[in-house]
Design a protein around this ligand. Structure first.
Ligand SMILES: N[C@@H](CCC(=O)N[C@@H](CS)C(=O)NCC(=O)O)C(=O)O
Length: 266
């Protein structure tokens, strides 16, 4: 503000000294400077900061949504129990849990609350409350399947049990979840799940489809519309970028990452 006042003062002085034309020219260029500075300030303040361990877990969908809308973010990785304890001791985690996202002056926790906020802020939540309800229904369906996959290495340490559970999950994917989404796409014949525009439901469904395919290639073979949906959503430019190597997208949890995560949380 001080800077802006100073510029106005300079412009008045210029008007007195050199007349209206020089003064107007100067006004235009100074306004550009002010807008540039304000924009930079705004953007800097808005860059969200994600606190989680280096893994997908309950933060991955947050990374997906932000990336899909082209919002850059920082990641503060929790690498040890001590890192997590420090966040707790500093009073930064409302329920002593992560994910936590610093965004717009808030320290948001609860993964779904974080996703709701991002979806609402970046227009991924439909046009009215009915669309929003439908988007919630589809996102929650995708989340339920995704959560089973995410928890697989945590819950089933024994390889044989993990194998058995993988089969159960795949049966649920192809018997319960994918048929619903295939039917939705068939019934309205549109490119997106709700309201013929991109919403969090499309992004969350794509995330879950890809995670399911990591369990078994070709799992979409009986779902032609979901296959086409996958290709279409994957090719949206921000999403395409996110799917390329070097993006903030995290790999599936391997044994090493799992051991590190167990050390942090248990
Ligand atoms: N309902 C919460 C659950 C969060 C949660 O369970 N976080 C785990 C890591 S994924 C955690 O912080 N565990 C440490 C603890 O509970 O002390 C959410 O969805 O964000």
């Amino acid at each position: 503000m001080q800077f802006e006042t100073e510029i106005v003062f300079q412009i008045i002085t210029l008007y007195i000294k050199s007349g209206i034309e020089t003064c107007l020219l100067s006004l235009v260029s100074h306004c550009e400077v002010i807008f540039f500075c304000q924009n930079r300030k705004g953007n800097m303040a808005e860059k969200p900061k994600l606190h989680y361990f280096y893994g997908r877990g309950r933060m991955e969908t947050v990374r997906w949504l932000l990336s899909a809308v082209g919002v850059e973010f920082e990641e503060q990785f929790i690498q040890s129990k001590a890192d997590l304890e420090k966040l707790k001791k500093d009073g930064l985690l409302l329920f002593q849990q992560v994910p936590m996202v610093e965004i717009d002056g808030m320290k948001l926790v609860q993964s779904r609350a974080i996703l709701n906020y991002i979806a609402a802020k970046y227009n991924l939540y439909g046009k009215d409350i009915k669309q929003r309800a439908l988007i919630d229904v589809y996102s929650e369906g995708a989340w339920d399947l995704g959560e089973m996959i995410m928890q697989l290495p945590w819950k089933y340490i024994d390889p044989e049990e993990r194998e058995k559970e993988t089969i159960v999950i795949l049966e649920k994917a192809t018997g319960r979840y994918f048929p619903v989404f295939e039917k939705v796409l068939k019934d309205h014949g549109q490119d997106f799940l709700v309201g013929n525009q991109l919403s969090r439901a499309d992004i969350q469904l794509l995330e879950t489809i890809l995670a399911t395919e990591e369990l078994k290639e070709g799992v979409l073979s009986k779902f032609p519309l979901l296959k086409a949906f996958k290709t279409k959503i994957s090719n949206i430019s921000n999403i395409k970028k996110f799917l390329q190597p070097g993006s903030p997208r995290k790999p599936p949890l391997d044994e090493k990452m799992l051991a590190e995560a167990i050390n942090i949380f248990y």
